[in-house]
Design a protein around this ligand. Structure first.
Ligand SMILES: NC(=O)C1=CN([C@@H]2O[C@H](COP(=O)(O)OP(=O)(O)OC[C@H]3O[C@@H](n4cnc5c(N)ncnc54)[C@H](OP(=O)(O)O)[C@@H]3O)[C@@H](O)[C@H]2O)C=CC1
Ligand SMILES: CC(C)CCC[C@@H](C)[C@H]1CC[C@H]2C3=C(CC[C@]12C)[C@@]1(C)CCC(=O)[C@@H](C)[C@@H]1CC3
Length: 353
């Protein structure tokens, strides 16, 4: 049976390279590229078709930060396909990143230099903003939209007699201390990216607990430090040009500097080839590249506890209920314009107009 794969954030960076590598691994796959920008998506799809002319590649318009868009895209997907074998939850943002140069300089001369380059702990802050749904954008994009998508796609993911995989692109920058159960959207702090990536680690553990008995398995990966639009956004391009030789040298110190998107996608591709039942539900699978340029995978235990994972899962379920109700009410209001007229009449009467 031909496998069906859905990749979010497939228009560029790791997502696009992943699509390319998946087509090389299995030319029979039904690949569905979910992209928020249709033009960019079409260009990416055409690029793939140039090297894989016979491939079955479809596009799905999806803005994961918008509840309405997620509900619509999931509906569309379920009309087109009756199964989903791999769901890559890859789209992600790190808006307005600010690099702490003082901490970077201090870190370079400390014992923790290797760790600092691998995780960027204490180096980066971001400025978050609100989506039109009133959610924090980093949370909505990196976590909530993907959670909602998974829940909406449950009928195609959980098919009797079949297994399927959820694969989250997490990060080494996921940090327990950046996350709080009292503020899951990270409204108060300045590290929404770290918080959202830690939330994805927690959520993956909870999803395994709730869905393994339905044949659905969740894993998290870290691609290492990869040069994509996300990383290029941290410094001006002229500075990156100067830094690139140093970045290549740092690869000798730390195997997490995978740098090329092809290398970063190693763990994503490796998971595609594994039996989901054989995977560790509390491990993060890291893409690593040796100083000699050899790619390999390493599984490391996640820094999570089950109770916290469960508490986050419950909070996300509550938010899902609230947001879906809100969107459906708004849709009813639009499809019943008469009620506005009635409101208007009442309003006019009240004002004796
Ligand atoms: N680069 C790195 O070093 C690391 C990256 N990661 C993670 O890897 C993932 C991929 O990032 P990367 O390839 O590096 O970055 P890119 O910025 O190159 O790619 C991000 C992708 O996500 C898409 N995207 C962003 N926001 C939305 C949205 N609201 N709805 C739908 N799609 C969206 C982008 O679409 P568009 O083209 O329209 O902008 C793009 O396709 C992210 O989750 C990131 O956090 C993790 C660790 C390290
Ligand atoms: C002297 C050096 C060449 C200067 C480079 C400093 C920083 C720009 C990098 C050091 C550690 C990097 C890093 C990331 C981005 C670039 C750095 C901050 C990430 C935050 C990118 C996204 C992720 O998800 C993390 C895993 C990366 C962690 C390390």
């Amino acid at each position: 049976m031909r496998k069906v794969v859905l990749v979010t954030g497939a228009s560029g960076g790791l997502g696009l390279v992943l699509c390319e590598r998946l087509l090389s691994l299995d030319s029979q796959v039904h690949l569905c590229m979910a992209c928020r920008n249709v033009r960019k998506g079409e260009a990416a799809r055409n690029g793939l078709l140039a090297s894989h002319a016979d491939a079955d590649i479809a596009l799905l318009q999806l803005d994961v930060s918008s509840v309405r868009s997620v509900l619509k895209a999931a509906q569309e997907f379920k009309m087109r396909y009756n199964r989903l074998d791999y769901l890559y939850l890859n789209a992600g943002i790190m808006p307005n990143p600010k690099l702490n140069f003082k901490a970077l300089f201090k870190g370079i001369f400390s014992r923790n230099v290797v760790r600092m380059f691998a995780t960027a702990d204490g180096l980066l802050t971001q400025e978050d903003r609100l989506t039109s749904d009133g959610l924090q954008e980093v949370f909505a994009t990196n976590i909530f939209g993907h959670f909602l998508l998974t829940r909406e796609l449950e009928p195609v993911l959980c098919q009797p007699g079949l297994t399927s995989q959820l694969i989250w692109t997490s990060s080494n920058n996921a940090r327990r201390s950046a996350f709080s159960l009292d503020d899951i959207q990270h409204k108060k702090g300045s590290e929404p990216y770290s918080s959202s990536k830690y939330a994805s680690d927690l959520l993956s553990v909870a999803l395994n607990r709730h869905y393994n008995n339905k044949g659905l398995y969740s894993s998290v990966i870290c691609p290492g430090v990869v040069m994509t639009n996300l990383t290029y956004g941290i410094l001006p391009s002229s500075v990156w040009t100067l830094l690139m030789p140093i970045m290549w040298l740092i690869r000798i110190l730390t195997n997490t500097f995978t740098l090329a998107p092809y290398n970063g996608a190693e763990a994503l591709c490796w998971l595609f080839q594994q039996k989901p039942e054989s995977l560790d539900p509390v491990a993060k699978y890291h893409s690593l590249t040796s100083g000699m340029g050899k790619n390999y995978i390493e599984a490391r235990k996640l820094d999570v506890d089950e109770d916290m994972a469960e508490a986050l899962y419950e909070k996300l379920l509550q938010l899902e209920k609230k947001m879906c109700k809100k969107v459906r009410n708004e849709e009813e209001d639009i499809s019943d314009p008469g009620q506005y007229l009635n409101h208007n009449d009442t309003f006019k009467r009240a004002l004796h107009l």
